[in-house]
Design a protein around this ligand. Structure first.
Ligand SMILES: Cc1cc2nc3c(=O)[nH]c(=O)nc-3n(C[C@H](O)[C@H](O)[C@H](O)COP(=O)(O)OP(=O)(O)OC[C@H]3O[C@@H](n4cnc5c(N)ncnc54)[C@H](O)[C@@H]3O)c2cc1C
Ligand code: FES
Length: 233
């Protein structure tokens, strides 16, 4: 059991929670979090936003029962973490673009800190948040509120594009980047139950058959994923 250090509102329904302790993790990996005993039954997968000295932080959007419980946590409250899980983002060479949509920016901050000055594209539907946090680790930072961020990218400038966000955004990005020479990696937010490959809840329809988002992903090469057959989360 770990202890909440802080849990701060960042924007409407968006919170940044810090938890005390020594934690491991690579960019793009996630933890399964629970702050209750019996109900809800399942822990909730949340990406690593950052890892510091004796703390880990998570950026989360309040959408339902589990994240509503997270929102109510205060400093000193207990919380249980399991992980890190998942494959994480690949360590790519060359010029990289990180593209986040809404709460999909969550795993990109930890990635931005580890890659070589990637360009960062952040798209929000109503309200932007944490954009300035990215600037020290970025080449260029492009922020769009209410528009279509994937239309603002010249994909030919990049060797690799790493993206996390709504399914429709990642599908559109993959189509626009086709033929540009940029290798695209998508982080898929599938619903999960066990998080360790045992239940098949998180199946992703891929070219070679079904794969598990929790252990084979959540990061996939975009060309592997059958976006036409996958209908979001
Ligand atoms: C690998 C991974 C990393 C994630 N990282 C983050 C993160 O850093 N920050 C964050 O806010 N969220 C993240 N998510 C999504 C997060 O797990 C869900 O929002 C959360 O489980 C919802 O729980 P809930 O009990 O609040 O909502 P529920 O009551 O379970 O569901 C409420 C609504 O949210 C939708 N929902 C449920 N699970 C997911 C899901 N996995 N993805 C998208 N929508 C979902 C449901 O369809 C429903 O409409 C991640 C998901 C995965 C798989
Ligand atoms: S969540 Fe159970 S197999 Fe992926």
């Amino acid at each position: 059991m770990n202890t909440v250090k802080s849990n701060v509102k960042i924007a409407k329904d968006v919170y940044l929670m810090k938890i005390e302790g020594h934690f491991e993790g690579r960019m793009g990996q996630f933890y399964m979090l629970r702050a209750w005993s019996d109900y809800p039954v399942l822990s909730r997968p949340i990406s690593i936003y950052d890892i510091g000295v004796q703390e880990i932080s998570f950026l989360y959007h309040v959408v339902g029962e589990g994240t509503e419980r997270f929102k109510q946590l205060e400093a000193g409250d207990p919380i249980q973490l399991e992980g890190p899980y998942g494959n994480g983002f690949p360590v790519v060479q060359g010029k990289v673009a990180l593209v986040g949509g809404g709460i999909g920016i969550a795993p990109l901050y930890f990635a931005a800190k580890q890659l070589q000055q990637p360009d960062i594209y952040l798209g929000f539907s109503r309200e932007s948040y944490l954009v300035d946090e990215f600037r020290p680790f970025a080449g260029e930072v492009v922020c769009d509120v209410g528009g279509i961020i994937v239309n603002q990218i010249d994909y030919t400038r990049y060797d690799a594009v790493i993206t996390c966000g709504p399914h429709v955004m990642m599908k559109a990005l993959t189509e626009r980047a086709r033929g540009s020479g940029a290798k695209v990696y998508v982080s898929l937010e599938k619903r999960m139950a066990c998080g360790i490959g045992a239940c098949l809840v998180c199946s992703v329809i891929c070219q070679g058959g079904n794969r598990k988002a929790c252990v084979d992903g959540p990061v996939f090469a975009a060309e592997e994923v059958r976006f036409d057959a996958e209908h979001g989360v």
